[in-house]
Design a protein around this ligand. Structure first.
Ligand code: PEP
Ligand code: MN
Length: 363
């Protein structure tokens, strides 16, 4: 299909700057719900864009699947009446064309779409030559390459204003948050794409309104560029994601509780003390690497010795003894069990790999 809406309807890219706030209901449900919510959000003076899902990607059929194109008229009205930018999710070529027709400013790619390269390519091609802002949510599975690949597909067709949304990752276990934040993944994306804005969606991470503040604060402390929060005039009545939505008044309250920290300081004293502390950290990092090298050299020696005596590499009891000693020692230094398990597992795998090379004469 040819894109029928290229230049006349494209609304131009938006510069996403510090504390960019996108808020609005999970789903557009009725004209009244959309307009009441948008008016209240506009009044706060703190919201940059109004979100509402028009087509809802539901995990199981039979849940509320959105109003469809009808809702785009309401978004257009929001923009005309309140001046708020509008945002919705697109998952197919048709969605892109429909959204363009109604002048939607921001299109976001949902978590279930980012992980599908065919869908991403279809959407990217539909966006070719259009000047809109596109946000890409992380895929549901913790795969940085898929997220990065989705970004590249959109970037390749010439979209200049692209942002990323961290909405957490699904997990089989029922844990504190509905979707696990796995902060190391968005941090890796920030490292790879330092000039691409990253915003956090605490609503879909938390899955319940009580954790919104702590997740949003963590995102700000990690220097995110903004937040996308689900807001509904009557959250408990919402047709989708009822538990995680808050009212416009609760949004103001939440935003006012957030602490914004500076990225840098010009205070000479602060800089001096920070440099001293960082120098200490650097020295410890060097020592750590030296120690790890020395430890690995012994592991290799053990590998040779085991080979001469025809003994297996993995000895479960010995490993359990090491890890339990490490956990006990770590507790004395206030290091968490989770942390020490990750570190020692990594050391163990490296030792096994080294011993394997020795045993099988590969080096
Ligand atoms: C949403 O934003 O309402 C949504 C469906 O999000 P996600 O793609 O993150 O599940
Ligand atoms: Mn939702």
């Amino acid at each position: 299909m040819k894109n029928p809406y290229i230049s006349p309807k494209s609304s131009g890219g938006i510069k996403v700057e510090k504390s960019f706030i996108i808020a609005g209901p999970c789903s557009a449900e009725s004209e009244e719900q959309v307009m009441v919510c948008a008016r209240d959000l506009a009044k706060t003076g703190k919201v940059n864009a109004f979100r509402a899902g028009i087509w809802k990607p539901r995990t199981r059929p039979g849940s509320y699947e959105g109003v469809g194109s009808e809702g785009l008229k309401w978004l257009k009205q929001v923009k005309q009446e309140t001046g708020l930018k509008t945002a919705t999710e697109v998952a197919t070529e048709k969605h892109v064309y429909e959204a363009l027709k109604y002048g939607v400013d921001i299109m976001w790619i949902g978590a279930r779409t980012t992980g599908n390269p065919f869908s991403m390519q279809e959407i990217a091609e539909a966006l070719s030559g259009v000047d809109v802002t596109v946000f890409i949510k992380n895929p549901v599975n913790p795969d940085v390459e898929l997220w990065h690949g989705a970004y590249e597909r959109i970037q390749k067709v010439g979209i200049e204003h692209i942002g990323l949304i961290h909405r957490g990752f699904t997990s089989y276990e029922k844990l504190r948050y509905k979707n696990q934040p796995l902060w190391q993944l968005p941090i890796e994306m920030k490292r790879r794409l330092p000039n691409v804005p990253m915003i956090c969606d605490p609503s879909h991470i938390s899955g319940t309104r009580e954790y919104l503040l702590e997740v949003a604060q963590k995102a700000l402390d990690l220097d995110y560029d903004g937040l996308m929060i689900e807001v509904h005039p009557a959250p408990d009545m919402a047709l989708s994601d009822a538990k995680q939505q808050i009212t416009p008044v609760q949004l103001i309250e939440l935003l006012s509780k957030l602490i914004h920290r500076d990225r840098n300081s010009t205070d000479v004293n602060f800089i001096h003390i920070l440099e001293e502390l960082r120098a200490k950290v650097d020295r410890y990092d060097e020592n750590l690497i030296e120690l790890l090298g020395q430890r690995m050299a012994i592991a290799k020696e053990i590998g040779k010795y085991k080979k001469e005596n025809n003994i297996t590499i993995l000895q479960k009891n010995r490993w359990e003894e090491i890890i339990s000693k490490a956990e006990q020692k770590a507790a004395q230094f206030s290091l968490s069990k989770e942390f020490i398990d990750i570190v020692f597992n990594a050391i163990h795998i490296e030792s096994i790999n080294n011993q394997n090379t020795i045993m099988n004469n590969q080096r």
